[in-house]
Design a protein around this ligand. Structure first.
Ligand code: SF4
Ligand code: MSK
Length: 658
């Protein structure tokens, strides 16, 4: 839209310093306010969260309601049907788990569909790029690989992994990766998933009025469904993506909005499924399209990622990344984005309006996700370039017709990404003795205090990126090695934590390990669906020995300090189900002190699972996680080792001072 045509609306100004620590986003928010453009940050500032909904004290599962209970007196009344606060909160929680798990498992199933078509020769644009990984995954789930053709193994792998979704009885294939004692706990409680479709269907059925009205029984099915996500749908998505597009290995990559180039045609891909992005990578390198861009006066075509498919491509190929979830509107305010192609998940509807204001072409590409006001060019994996070439062609037209001034924040940060669970193996153990033993040894001898997964979204309800950065800073300062995925990975990458030199911010033990092997103290593992890599890493740590028999024994903890999506709840619950203490920030949709709250925050741990935790304060989250890690070290009898290492150093300092 031409500048003179744009309706400049009066919007309430933000206190930008308190809104974000991302300087690029801050610069663009200031520009948005000058331009009269509203973003999610502005809407969040003018829309207070509903206090009843925030505590999950309402139910609208039937038309006798909606029923609102009193969060201050949760047992003071019940719904019209008699549902108690625990039933209502557990059902609401269950629906979040079901939706989050459905998102990941549907993503995984799409990947499996592509894999089947590649194996059957019906999709020619993709191939099996990592046959070694194919063999490893097949072998792990009991498929014979010796002396067999790759295609034959792949066919069997497809058939086996399909069970992850459609199986009606039995156990999903990837439970073979779960440490025995963890699996024993799951079997004892009857939470080993059959197939994801069945678990999600049953969970939703149970939340219908008049079905499951015991919060403990609802939680049990939440656990089964969340496991079907983490060890099922998500894990399939990650493994198949690696097999088709290559397993990430450490790679340099640049982040932040300075990745956009004023003199080039800028194309952004934002979403979650790698297929669209992989094909776009081919399109932007197509000589005809590059020439077409040059013919309009552009220096070339610049492909940049955002959000989770961006993290995945950054990890796999080192493709530049412009920002996380809360920067997706802000990046359009640069005026430099010629086209943004989106697929599924975490695509704000607000993008359409912002894109329109700056004349950016916004394209939806997935049949599951249309947005009113955005043009839809459907992406078909059998002819993927039809969609991605067209997006590039439209981007070139937009570049040619750019009229509004462009303002790109001159900020980029270089870092090392691409730490799959396989590459951690090589990185710490070297190619000759690749294993998790060196990591375990360093945990046992106390140089590394423990491992933390810090993952998840960014949210306008907190200071953007700040909670992630403060939390991670505190963890590494206390010798905790941090594994990351999703938007959190980008928060820390922008803040400069992804270089080996960042080890100077770590405690003495972790710093020593990082300096020895030349790795950053914070390891990025890809998209939010790739949290399954953290589960595999945890299993490998148990297998390497010396740190207990189950994932629950590990000196490890997880956090999603700026979470916002239902996927995050499913992820959190599969971490808890796997035995990991998992702390969320922002807010938690359950009333403290209720029976359901006690079950999630204590009871599950007593049953042999992990447990939930909550705090809005990053420093408190860090210390809750560290206290848990220390508790596990003590239970393993390795707390003394750590004390000795620290006392040795302390002694040395005291000696020097004396
Ligand atoms: Fe109210 Fe029960 Fe209906 Fe929920 S299911 S809206 S609590 S009557
Ligand atoms: S995109 S789910 S905001 S991590 Fe995966 Fe980021 Fe959270 Fe979406």
């Amino acid at each position: 839209m031409e500048k003179e045509d744009r309706k400049v609306v009066e919007i309430k100004k933000l206190n930008i310093k308190e809104t974000t620590i991302c300087n690029s986003t801050a610069q663009m928010l200031k520009k948005a306010e000058r331009d009269g453009v509203e973003t999610a940050f502005h809407r969040a500032a003018s829309m207070k969260p509903c206090p009843i909904g925030a505590q999950s004290a309402c139910c609208k599962n039937c038309s006798m309601g909606p029923c609102r209970l009193n969060a201050r007196d949760p047992y003071g009344k019940v719904g019209v049907c008699g549902a108690t606060i625990d039933t209502i909160m557990a059902r609401n929680f269950a629906r979040m788990v079901a939706t989050g798990a459905a998102a990941h498992t549907d993503h995984g199933m799409s990947m499996l569909d592509v894999f089947r078509e590649v194996v059957n020769g019906n999709i020619k644009d993709y191939t099996i790029k990592d046959p070694i990984k194919l063999e490893e995954v097949a072998r792990e789930i009991g498929i014979e690989v010796e002396g067999r053709e790759v295609t034959d193994i792949a066919r069997d792998l497809y058939k086996e992994l399909e069970r992850t979704y459609i199986q009606v009885e039995g156990e999903i294939p990837f439970v073979k990766r779960v440490p025995e004692k963890t699996l024993e706990t799951w079997r004892k409680h009857g939470v080993v998933p059959r197939g994801a479709m069945r678990e999600i269907m049953e969970l939703l059925h149970r939340t219908h009025i008049g079905v499951d009205q015991h919060y403990e029984n609802i939680t049990k099915q939440c656990t089964r469904t969340a496991i079907a996500d983490g060890w099922g749908g998500s894990m399939v998505a990650t493994e198949i993506s690696d097999i088709l597009f290559g397993t990430p290995m450490p790679v340099r990559g640049e982040v932040d909005m300075g990745c956009l180039k004023e003199d080039q045609v800028n194309v952004i891909i934002h979403g979650h499924e790698p297929n669209l992005f992989e094909s776009m990578l081919d399109s932007v390198n197509d000589p005809t399209l590059v020439q077409a861009a040059k013919d309009t006066g552009a220096a070339g075509i610049n492909l940049v990622g955002m959000c989770c498919s961006g993290s995945e491509m950054l990890s796999r190929h080192g493709i530049p990344h412009a920002g996380n979830f809360m920067s997706t509107e802000a990046v359009l305010i640069t005026g430099a984005v010629d086209a943004m192609g989106v697929d599924v998940q975490c695509i704000k509807q607000g993008l359409a309006k912002v894109a329109e204001c700056y004349g950016t072409k916004l394209f939806t590409t997935n049949p599951r996700c249309h947005i009113e006001g955005a043009e839809h060019i459907e992406f078909h994996e059998h002819v993927p370039r039809e969609c991605t070439d067209e997006i590039v062609e439209m981007a070139i037209v937009r570049f040619k017709n750019r009229k509004l001034p462009v303002e790109i924040p001159n900020i980029t940060t270089m870092g090392v990404h691409g730490f799959s669970h396989e590459s951690i193996n090589y990185h710490l153990g070297g190619t000759f003795r690749a294993s998790y033993t060196p990591l375990n040894d360093n945990i046992i001898n106390g140089r590394i205090r423990g491992v933390a997964g810090v993952v998840g979204c960014t949210s306008p309800r907190v200071k953007h990126d700040w909670v992630h950065v403060e939390l991670v800073k505190e963890l590494i300062r206390n010798d905790v090695l941090v594994l990351q995925t999703g938007c959190s990975q980008i928060s820390l990458a922008k803040a400069g934590f992804y270089t080996p030199e960042a080890a100077y911010m770590a405690g003495p033990g972790l710093r020593e390990v990082c300096e020895t092997v030349g790795m950053p103290p914070v390891l990025g593992m890809g998209a939010c669906v790739d949290n399954s890599r953290i589960l595999i890493a945890a299993s490998e740590m148990v297998r390497a020995g010396g740190l207990g028999d189950s994932i629950a024994d590990l000196p490890a903890a997880g956090a999603a300090p700026e979470w916002m999506s239902e996927k995050a709840i499913s992820i959190g619950h599969y971490f808890v189900a796997s035995g990991i203490y998992t702390v969320f920030g922002v807010s938690f949709p359950i009333i403290e002190g209720t029976k359901f709250h006690k079950l999630l925050f204590d009871g599950l741990e007593e049953q042999g699972f992990g447990k939930w935790g909550f705090s809005p304060d990053p420093h408190e989250i860090a210390h809750m996680m560290i206290a848990h890690i220390d508790k596990k070290r003590k239970a393993l009898g390795i707390d003394k080792t750590r004390e000795r290492v620290l006392m040795d150093m302390q002694d040395r300092r005291e000696l020097e001072a004396a």
